[in-house]
Design a binder for this molecule. Structure first.
Ligand code: ZN
Length: 421
């Protein structure tokens, strides 16, 4: 008999994602392992029992003072994992929307002094306390939408020291919000204005002045680079990522978002953890990613927000055998905290099945950010889960932006009250 701290009953369907390979590809990408009429028990912040509710009374006893939650015939899924965010920034770029609406592209807006460099100015000016406050609000919104783990990239300071200081804020954000945050160093997000277009010289400084500190103090899990014409070339990106790998850091690539320029092939050549965006990747790139076992992190909201004619090639990547993961890409360019919206757009725009999209937002997203014990409802794993007011897990992809009734992180309820500082 299991003595539980928390017992959840009244679950119409639990999508546990407990069985199958990690990451999930091809047919296994749609395997959710559904338990109808389920109950879930939690002990010491971890899942202790999952099964049909009718068997719960024989297997689980609630300890005196333990909590009972009625899922009200909703659907329980693993806490969502946002595998790609630029949530750590100051200010906003609402003024750009009119330019976008008139058909201006992101590189054109950037050349006019807008885009990323205006966020860099705002972030450099902001005090650490201000940055913590503004980012905490966004992370709380992510948690209330069902995310329990979030990858957080730096990239709006663009000096070796400033970028390291941004990394130092991430554990403080995790403490404030109770979320599991994965820090990624994206010092090479853009060439800083004072480098006058010399990306190579700036990357040299990142390699000499930032990477050793990051590795020594374990400030980041991954190093990422914006590999795109006008930002960092394939050669320069490779130099930075190889330096990161030699220090034991994982690597990721912002690849082939605007044009096909070799980012996906670079990720495959290096055996990177992930290649991200991939809007312009072709079939050869997909085959290379599949062979190298690189996870594709797709950002269908960005595809929608920046160029409506583009869609994330989610269907093509799954069919090519590439593990697909999802993120919000929350940034001042596409400000969104909702993983359920990313799931819906991966279905409606990216042509994934609802089950494939949920896999991409849980177990595959966890793999993409190196959290091998997240994204699944399985005995012994951290009890991170969300209960949505829908009859089964397919409704997450079917409906747009459905919101959970409750979210739990390590067996504790996440709410606007518990998230308050
Ligand atoms: Zn990004």
């Amino acid at each position: 008999m299991i003595v539980a701290d928390l017992l959840v009953t009244g679950i119409a369907e639990a999508a546990t994602l407990a069985r199958g390979p990690i990451p999930r590809t091809r047919a296994s990408a749609g395997e959710l392992t559904r338990v109808p009429n389920a109950a879930v028990a939690v002990r010491d912040g971890r899942f202790a029992w999952i099964g049909p509710e009718r068997r719960a009374s024989r297997s689980v006893r609630l300890r005196p003072g333990g909590a009972r939650v009625d899922a009200a015939e909703g659907t329980l899924v693993p806490g969502l994992v946002d595998a790609h965010s630029h949530v750590l920034f100051a200010g906003d770029r609402a003024f750009e929307l009119e330019l976008k609406a008139r058909g201006m592209t992101y590189p054109e807006i950037a050349r006019r002094g807008g885009g990323i460099l205006s966020t860099v100015r705002a972030t450099r000016r902001a005090s650490p306390e201000r940055l913590l406050e503004e980012t905490t609000v966004r992370l709380r919104a992510m948690a209330l939408a069902g995310s329990t783990s979030v990858e957080v990239k730096t990239g709006y300071s663009l000096t070796p020291r400033g970028e390291v200081e941004l990394l130092r804020l991430i554990p403080r954000l995790a403490q404030r919000t109770g979320l599991r945050l994965v820090p990624t160093f994206l010092g090479a997000h853009a060439i800083p204005p004072e480098a006058h277009g010399n990306g190579d010289a700036y990357v040299d400084r990142l390699i000499r002045q930032a990477l050793p500190v990051i590795a020594r103090e374990r400030l980041a899990r991954f190093v990422d680079v914006f590999c795109e014409p006008g930002f960092f070339s394939v050669r320069t990106s490779e130099r930075l990522l190889r330096a990161a790998m030699s220090l034991g850091l994982g690597v990721k690539v912002h690849a082939d978002e605007f044009v096909r320029s070799g980012g996906a092939r670079l990720a495959a050549r290096l055996g990177a953890r992930s290649a991200e965006h991939l809007l312009a990747a072709n079939t050869d790139d997909m085959v290379a990613l599949a062979r190298a076992g690189v996870t594709a992190v797709l950002l269908p909201i960005t595809a929608f927000a920046s160029t409506a004619s583009r869609r994330s090639p989610a269907r093509e990547l799954v069919d090519a055998g590439v593990p697909v993961a999802l993120g919000t890409d929350c940034s001042p360019n596409s400000w969104v905290e909702s993983m359920p919206l990313a799931i819906a757009l991966a279905v409606h725009g990216g042509r994934l099945s609802p089950a494939e999209a949920l896999t991409a937002a849980t177990v595959n997203a966890a793999h993409a950010v190196g959290l091998e014990d997240a994204g699944r409802v399985e005995v012994g794993r951290p009890a991170d889960f969300a209960i949505f007011p829908v009859p089964d897990a397919d409704h997450l992809g079917y409906r747009f932006d459905v919101r959970p009734n409750v979210v739990f992180r390590q067996g504790k309820p996440v709410s606007s009250r518990t998230l308050r500082q």
